[in-house]
Design a protein around this ligand. Structure first.
Ligand SMILES: [Cu+2]
Length: 347
């Protein structure tokens, strides 16, 4: 019996799931040899107790805490791709499109709010304002070239969708935590443009289910998160962006109690669009982003980041993310790089 309990404890510890829920200051027998105290509990004041800033819904708060945050995200997209093959503007003209996008940028300002009514439940709400710009070239001799010139810029801006929900902590022991991400995204964004990637919102109510695992061990820490986006309906224009799933894992190293650096891998898959914008129909489209078939794909990305925790409790963080694999339901724009800068403060 003792052997069995030792075996299960070791197994659960190795898999990161401890059978014990530690209370502060309460010593507990563990693995038959060590005694654990509150020193083994999660340290939420470490600089790396927050994930790299590009990860959302990464941490929970202790009862009564409020946190506000601001993130600035920049994404640059360069060139077109179909599957894993790069496509030049000439090749797109050859496929019958009179207009070919060449680059696109997105600037997003994100506001976040968190409040923990209990140690187990942290409520959150997030909203954002987005600016998008897309550079295009037109095929020589085509009607768009006469109307818009050889090159032209299309821009859009507006509020994005608003997400809210709860993070529910289901495990907290031995410097390991697990919480569920139970989110909902409301269609507060803008759908006024004529190309799917230029909208600032989705127009649909989406479920945002997920699970997050975190650990701390000496100067190292890390985590993993699996998040989905499942649309619940079609929008007023007759379509819904494809459901998506993203998994990410990271490692962080504390240089000292104020600074940590991180490395992260992400794998993201998004389905193509369900339905189509009733204002846009084929078989001939002016540019690839106007065809509902040219959306979604699989992206694998690598991120490097740094977190800073000031003495007065302000947190600052930065992370750059670069894709190393993109398989797109193209032709569509390919990602080039992304930067997230953030500020967080808990009260
Ligand atoms: Cu927070």
């Amino acid at each position: 019996m003792k052997l069995f309990s030792l075996f299960t404890t070791t197994l659960l510890t190795l898999t990161g799931i401890s059978p014990y829920n530690l209370q502060a200051g309460e010593p507990i027998e563990w693995s038959g040899k060590e005694v654990q105290t509150h020193d083994t509990l999660w340290d939420c004041h470490r600089v790396d107790s927050h994930a790299p800033i590009g990860v959302m819904g990464d941490h929970t708060h202790t009862a009564g805490e409020v946190m506000v945050s601001y993130r600035y995200m920049f994404m640059d997209m360069e060139g077109m791709r179909d599957g894993t093959t790069d496509l030049s503007s000439q090749q797109l003209f050859g496929r019958g499109f009179p207009v070919a996008p060449t680059s696109m940028t997105m600037d997003m300002h994100m506001l976040g709010f968190m409040f923990a009514p209990t140690d187990e439940v942290t409520l959150f709400a997030m909203s954002n304002y987005v600016f998008k710009d897309m550079d295009n070239v037109t095929a020589p001799g085509s009607p768009p070239r006469a109307a818009m010139g050889p090159q032209f810029l299309r821009g859009s801006q507006g509020w994005g969708d608003t997400s809210f929900g709860a993070l529910v902590k289901i495990h907290d022991a031995n410097h390991k935590r697990v919480h569920l991400n139970l989110g909902l995204s409301a269609p507060t964004g803008n759908l006024t443009t004529l190309a799917y990637p230029m909208h600032t919102g989705t127009g649909t109510w989406d479920l945002l289910p997920g699970i997050t695992y975190l650990w701390q061990d000496g100067a190292l820490s890390g985590g993993a998160q699996l998040m989905g986006r499942v649309h619940l309906d079609d929008n007023d224009l007759g379509f819904a962006y494809g459901d998506s799933v993203e998994t990410t894992g990271w490692l962080a190293y504390m240089l000292n109690e104020r600074f940590s650096i991180s490395g992260r891998l992400t794998l993201e898959h998004a389905g193509d669009i369900d339905g189509r914008d009733i204002r846009l129909s084929g078989p001939v489209f002016m540019a690839p982003p106007m065809d509902a078939a040219n959306h979604g794909g699989t992206w694998a990305e690598f991120g490097i980041g740094a977190n800073f925790y000031a003495k007065n409790g302000h947190r600052l963080a930065i992370e750059a993310v670069i894709p190393f694999y993109q398989d797109l339901n193209g032709p569509q724009m390919q990602r080039d790089w992304m930067l997230t800068v953030g500020w967080q403060k808990a009260f």
